[in-house]
Design a protein. Sequence first.
Length: 362
Amino acid sequence: MNSTDFIVVRNDLQQCKIIETQLPDAGALPADALLVKVTRFALTANNITYAVMGDVLKYWQLFPTPESYGNIPVWGFGEVIASKHPGIAIGETLFGYFPMATHLVIEATDVSKRGLRDGAAHRQNVSPVYNSYARVSGDPAFAGAQGDYQALLRPLFMLSFLVDDFLAENEFFGAKHAILSSASSKTAFGLAHLIHSRTGMKVIGLTSASNVDFVRSLGCYDEVVTYDRVSSLPADVPVAYVDMAGSSALRETLHRRFGDQMKYSGRVGLTHRASALEEAALPGAKPHWFFAPDHIRKRAKEWGPGGVEQRFGAAWAGFAPNLDRWVRVTECRGRAAVTQAYLDTLNGRVPPDRGLILSLGE
Ligand SMILES: NC(=O)c1ccc[n+]([C@@H]2O[C@H](COP(=O)([O-])OP(=O)(O)OC[C@H]3O[C@@H](n4cnc5c(N)ncnc54)[C@H](OP(=O)(O)O)[C@@H]3O)[C@@H](O)[C@H]2O)c1
């Protein structure tokens, strides 16, 4: 039996292809291993960032490929089709980090009622979130359309939740306006939704001209400004900038415009992939990468067992009801559709109201 894998050239993401790799027979699986059929997964700009950062953040190590290629990690669902682990039954549904492929062999370890981890040696050099799987069989929150929203938005909304919490804990560093770039991205509008519900903060979204109507329609931005109009923003109000776009030129323009009124400048994403290697020293707060695992660790310590999950669950419960209005799930099934979906995502051709759910199975 084979797995169908979608792989990309690591240093030229425009080049991609589909290969077949051989899977072990069910009987030949090692002890405790699972053979999982990847049933569906989400693809957004975040996955492109995983590819851009594949070497630096070790994402390419997670799902081995022929040399110079990489398999981009995606969030989605799998069904156990063979199991050598006594506690995991055939037919179970898992939610977690998968390759763009039809199958994955998982070496199940740390199995509990709620989840398990892939103990494969090549997956141990990354944050634990990237080798954990939730056991979600029969959980309505992970079924049907709700499941699509989980794959599309849950990992992104975790970042939104953490940035909002970090900013609020620091009283927004004295800022009165939060400015978010790539305002149409799912990560940004999740964050806008959270900040918008806080009193005293105004949320300004920066976006491309083609995405203005969508961003306005969300209702969680107080103001929407296109990238070419940022110099129209009032410069005498203290601001916090959260950068999803990753454009050095935009960052520099904002820092020079706001000067000392730039109270916080956090880097989160790279949707525009337009960051210079060397960046000029800028006025205002020094730009820094927001590193989510550090903030989770801090809160896990302060809030105790289950504290992050419980607060995140409450935030998700307030966010998820909007998704029927905000996101149109579009299914892309089969090799040609997955290839097209990837190239469209890579090249910024996916309308922001779309949520792409892919499957390589025909
Ligand atoms: N650090 C972390 O832990 C973390 C966690 C979650 C997300 N993120 C980052 O946040 C960013 C947003 O991710 P997402 O999955 O939420 O994105 P998404 O929903 O797929 O965002 C789509 C939007 O991104 C912009 N965009 C995408 N591709 C583009 C391209 N090729 N050229 C120009 N603009 C492009 C466009 O927005 P505009 O027209 O509005 O610019 C587009 O509407 C990613 O860079 C992601 O890696 C980081």
